[in-house]
Design a protein around this ligand. Structure first.
Ligand code: SDX
Length: 433
C-alpha cells in the first residue's frame, strides 16, 4: 500500500483476451517477468518487454551512484560530485565507491599503501606493449593490456572470494596509470618510467608520463590536484555503457581484468568515453569562432553530432561539466591558456541559445571541456579516453562487485524478438540463383 492507501499495483488488460492482470509495483517499477503470465494461448511463452538500448529498463538495483538527470544531480554513495571534487582525493573516492563509506584516517592510509605498492607491472607487459606499432591508439593498447593482466593473475578467477576481489581491485586501480603511461611513452618513443612510490596517485602518473632525464620528477601541485579532481569526476556514473559492459561480461564470472577490458572497449567508442577526443577534433575542424554558426547548421541538418553535448540521462547541464569548466582556468593559469577554450565557451553559448538544442535538452556533458584541459597538459587527443578509463576504473570495480554480491543477479542473457525466416531447406550451391 502507498501512503495514501492506494494499492502499489498496475492493472493491465489484455484486449486480445479481455483478461486483466494486476502487477505489483516495487521501487516505481514492475518486474518484466510478471509480464510472462500475459498470454493468449496457455502454451505460449508469454509477454516480454521490448527496450532497445535499455532506454527505459532498470537492469539492477544499486546503492553506488545516484543521478537526477532532470536537475543535473550526481552523487556517489550520497555525496554530491561538487562536494567530493572540492574536498576529497581520488583514492578517498575510490574507497568510498568500493566500501560505501568515506574512509577514516587509518582506512585511507592502508588503502593508499595498497594502491601505491601495486603500481608495478610484470616486465613481460613492457614487451607486450613494445610489440604494438609506434602509432597504435593508446586505448587499443590499454584495452589489450588490461585483458593481458588476467594471464598474470590466475587467482583472479576466484571472483566469489572477497579477499581475492579486494586484491584485484588494488591491482587494477594501481596499474591503470602505469599501463596508460607506458602506452603514451611507447607512442613517443621514450623509455618507460617506473612508478615513484614517493608521489601521490596523480603525481606518480605525471612522473610516468613526463619524467625525462631529471633524477626525480617534481609534479606541479596545481596540475596534480587538477588531474586528481578529473579522476574523481569520472569515477562512476551508474549504468552507463561501459558499466553495463563490466556487469554483463562480469556476470559470466570471468576474472575482473577481462571484464575491465570489455568496459575499456565500450568506453573507447566516440559516443561514450571517446567523446572527449572527438570534441577537440571537432573544435579544430570548426577552426574559429566565426565558423561556429556554420558548423551548428550542419549539426541541425543531422550531418554531424555536436560532440560533448547531450546525454541519455542528463536533460540538464552535466554537473561534472560545470566543475571541469572551472578547473580548466586553474590549469591554464599554470600551463598557459588553451585557445580552444574560447571557442568551446562561445560554442556552448550559441548552442544553448538555439532552440534545436534546447528542445532536445542537449547540454554540455563531462566530455565537452575535459579534453581541452588534457590538451593543455600536453597530452595527445588519443590519450583523452585513456585518462577517462583511469578515473572510471574504481566505478567499474564497484559496479562489478555489487553485481557479484547481488542475489538477484545471474548471467546476463537478454531475449529477442525473432523476425527472421521460418524453417527452410538447404539448397545445394548448384541450384542457387
Ligand atoms: C559519456 O551514460 C553515461 O553516463 C555516459 C557518461 C559517463 O560518465 O559514463 O556520462 C560519459 O559518454 C557522455 C556522452 C559523451 N558522448 C557525446 O558527447 C557524443 C555526442 N552525444 C550523443 O551522441 C548523444 O547525446 C548521446 C550518445 C550521449 C546520448 O544519445 P541518446 O540518449 O541515445 O540520444 P539520441 O541519440 O536518441 O538523441 C536524441 C535526439 C536525436 O534527435 P532526433 O533524431 O530526435 O531529431 O537528440 C539528438 C539526436 O539526433 N542528439 C544530438 C546530439 N545528441 C543527441 N544532436 C546533435 N548533437 C548531439 N550531440
Amino acid at each position: 500500500m502507498s501512503k495514501d492507501g492506494s494499492k502499489e499495483t498496475l492493472t493491465v488488460t489484455d484486449n486480445r483476451t479481455g483478461k486483466a492482470y494486476e502487477l505489483p509495483i516495487t521501487n516505481g517499477t514492475i518486474r518484466a517477468m510478471d509480464l510472462r503470465q500475459i498470454k493468449v494461448e496457455e502454451n505460449e511463452f508469454g509477454m516480454m518487454s521490448y527496450d532497445p538500448a535499455f532506454t527505459n529498463t532498470a537492469s539492477t538495483k544499486s546503492k553506488i551512484t545516484y543521478i537526477d538527470g532532470a536537475n543535473g544531480v550526481l552523487r556517489y554513495r550520497g555525496y554530491t560530485i561538487a562536494d567530493l571534487a572540492e574536498n576529497a582525493s581520488f583514492l578517498e573516492v575510490s574507497y568510498l565507491l568500493a566500501n560505501g563509506e568515506l574512509p577514516n584516517r587509518s582506512n585511507l592510509d592502508e588503502f593508499v599503501h595498497n594502491i601505491t605498492y601495486h603500481t608495478l607491472v610484470h616486465e613481460n607487459i613492457r614487451q607486450f606493449i613494445d610489440a604494438f606499432r609506434y602509432d597504435a591508439h593508446p586505448m587499443g593498447i590499454l584495452t589489450s593490456t588490461v585483458a593481458a593482466l588476467s594471464t598474470f593473475y590466475p587467482d583472479a578467477k576466484h571472483v566469489s572470494d572477497p579477499e581475492t576481489r579486494r586484491l584485484q581491485m588494488y591491482r587494477l586501480i594501481a596499474k591503470m596509470p602505469t599501463l596508460a603511461a607506458y602506452a603514451y611513452r611507447h607512442r613517443r618513443g621514450l623509455p618507460y618510467v617506473y612508478p615513484d612510490n614517493d608521489l601521490s596517485y596523480a603525481g606518480n602518473f605525471m612522473s610516468m608520463l613526463f619524467k625525462m632525464t631529471e633524477v626525480k620528477y617534481r609534479p606541479s601541485p596545481v596540475i596534480e590536484k587538477a588531474l586528481d579532481t578529473l579522476f574523481i569526476l569520472h569515477a562512476d556514473h551508474e549504468q552507463n555503457c561501459s558499466a553495463n559492459a563490466m556487469r554483463s561480461v562480469g556476470s559470466s564470472q570471468v576474472d575482473p581484468y577481462s571484464a575491465t577490458a570489455a568496459a575499456c572497449a565500450a568506453l573507447y567508442g566516440p559516443l561514450h568515453g571517446g567523446a572527449n577526443e572527438a570534441v577537440v577534433r571537432m573544435l579544430h575542424e570548426i577552426g574559429s569562432v566565426a565558423k561556429i554558426p556554420e558548423y551548428l547548421e550542419k549539426v541541425k541538418r543531422g550531418e554531424v553530432r555536436l560532440m560533448g553535448f547531450g546525454h541519455r540521462v542528463y536533460k540538464n547541464y552535466d554537473p561534472r561539466a560545470k566543475v571541469i569548466k572551472k578547473l580548466a582556468y586553474q590549469v591554464f593559469d599554470e600551463v598557459g591558456k588553451n585557445p580552444l577554450i574560447d571557442m568551446a565557451v562561445e560554442l556552448e553559448r550559441i548552442a544553448l541559445e538555439d532552440d534545436y538544442f534546447g528542445s532536445r535538452r542537449l547540454y554540455p556533458n563531462v566530455d565537452f571541456y575535459s579534453g581541452i584541459i588534457y590538451q593543455a597538459l600536453g597530452l595527445p587527443v588519443d590519450m583523452f579516453p585513456v585518462l577517462f578509463a583511469i578515473g572510471r576504473t574504481p566505478g567499474w570495480i564497484a559496479q562489478w562487485e555489487e553485481l557479484l554480491t547481488d542475489e538477484e543477479q545471474r548471467i546476463a542473457r537478454p531475449r529477442q524478438i525473432y523476425l527472421g525466416y521460418d524453417e527452410r531447406k538447404y539448397v545445394p550451391i548448384m541450384q542457387r540463383g
